[in-house]
Ligand binder design. Sequence first.
Ligand SMILES: [Zn+2]
Length: 168
Amino acid sequence: MEYNNCPTCTGEIGVNEDGYVACVKVDCDFIHYENPTPVVAAVIEYKDGNVLLAHNAKWPPHMFALVTGFLEKHEHPEEAVLREVKEEVGLDAEIRGFLGHYTFKKMNQLIIAYHVYSDGEVELNDPEIDEVKVLPFAKVRTWTSGTGEALHKFLEAKGYSPEVISFS
Ligand SMILES: [Zn+2]
């Protein structure tokens, strides 16, 4: 979000000594902290030994990635990640492990990544996701941003050294 004027006092907006966008008035304490947004991400292990990746309808055709989503109010990340997997690819999944926290600088997000497992049937009911890809662990390639690092860590723990690709 960009400000033309201070949302607290309508004063002028500048940059403070710590580098934050802030109100320039000395008697106003508005600082635009831009705290990162938490986002859950699922490395979906599908039917023993495979990873299921999802394609967002807005992405380039070759780009498949993790299922991700925002937390709802008061929702625990474990509930959120299972809800997102159900909503986006129709799978009832279970948590198998926590893969760590990752930063996604471009979107100012904190990625909270889980390993989940499912052997159910995929159902694409969410218009956001238009295709999935199921790959054996040995064929999965990862990428450099937050969710790619989580996938990389998962595969390394399974004994693989996945190739890292660039999406750009
Ligand atoms: Zn102000």
